[in-house]
Design a protein around this ligand. Sequence first.
Ligand SMILES: NC(=O)c1ccc[n+]([C@@H]2O[C@H](COP(=O)([O-])OP(=O)(O)OC[C@H]3O[C@@H](n4cnc5c(N)ncnc54)[C@H](O)[C@@H]3O)[C@@H](O)[C@H]2O)c1
Length: 363
Amino acid sequence: MKIVKTAIIGTGGIAVAHVQADRSQNGRAQIAAAMDIDESRVNAFCTTHAIPQAYTHLDALLAEQKPELVHICTPPGTHAALSIQCLEAGAWVLCEKPLCGSLAEMDRIEDAERRTGRYCSSVFQWRFGSGVRHLKRLIQSNAMGRPLVGICQTTWYRDHEYYKVPWRGKWNTELGGPTMGLGIHAMDAFLWLLGGWKEVRAMMGTLDRRIEVEDVSMATVRFENGAMGSIVNSCLCPRQESYLRFDFQRSTVELRSLYGYANKDWQYSIPKKSDDAEMLEQWKAIPAEVPSSHGSQVACLLDCMERHERPLVSGPEARKTIEFLTALYKSAVTGQIVTQGSVSKGDPFYQKIHGSAAEKFAN
Ligand SMILES: NC(=O)c1ccc[n+]([C@@H]2O[C@H](COP(=O)([O-])OP(=O)(O)OC[C@H]3O[C@@H](n4cnc5c(N)ncnc54)[C@H](O)[C@@H]3O)[C@@H](O)[C@H]2O)c1
């Protein structure tokens, strides 16, 4: 068994999930060090989690520890530069969402991957649970007929207090509102399940929170396979829920959950008079519970490191979701329908996901 030496960058709230993820791999991942620009925070974190070395400078950590895998758990606006720095130092990277703030940054990350032969994955733990994996296999085998209608709703609640954290609610540091920060998990899974999209039309608004970025966005999508989808991302909804729905020719599959999901959260329905026993059996054959957790993603990543294979949500697969988000924001800002592949170099939305309409907020 190969043991991978890891490091954690950014020791705030989500870093704990990364420690737990590494520690749930039966010894395959050993956390050697953690780093944060806040010295007292990184020291306390290392003490609490029994991590041997604390750093306040990434250069020093990379030079002295030479980690093979770096977890990036810092605020969104720092992700692309830190990911590239770690790739250049010879590490693989698992970076928190959103991986970056534009297609231009995504291209720079992919360039760094090509130069270094290392891979940079975006945290999208929803792709790794047994529910989504099972549905993906059923869609690939056409078990339920063609997908026709999809719904993807992230209706969560984040109060004014939540946005008092200085990096939140601003284009340059959070890179977007609930679209980039909350709904990104459900949308990434939704897009992966339904396949390539052709066009998107969207609206967004800042209805109640005192923030630069949107607090709600809505989009409609036409997929390459003909299916149509409806998306809502909001941080204004006191009764919180994540809801995914897929209507196929022969069945409906729904997920109701909040931050993650379990097998029990998935519901499968067939038309009243149908006795589609074979399809029912296929649905019931859902594998044993694999949680939609950081640990499940890290397990797959360690397998890929051992085989030196590109991990699932890196490079082109990570780019698809960033491109979709770019199109959603561009449509919401401009009022235009945005087609897949149309945001290219020279387009202000290629350089920054919010494009030129938000220039007043740029540094
Ligand atoms: N995947 C998930 O389910 C999930 C859940 C929550 C948050 N997140 C993501 O995790 C990231 C961090 O969120 P959080 O809630 O932990 O934030 P946080 O503010 O609690 O922690 C961020 C930490 O990063 C440190 N930091 C800032 N700039 C740094 C730099 N350049 N180098 C090193 N350290 C730096 C800060 O001092 C702080 O300790 C965000 O991108 C967020 O979207 C993901």
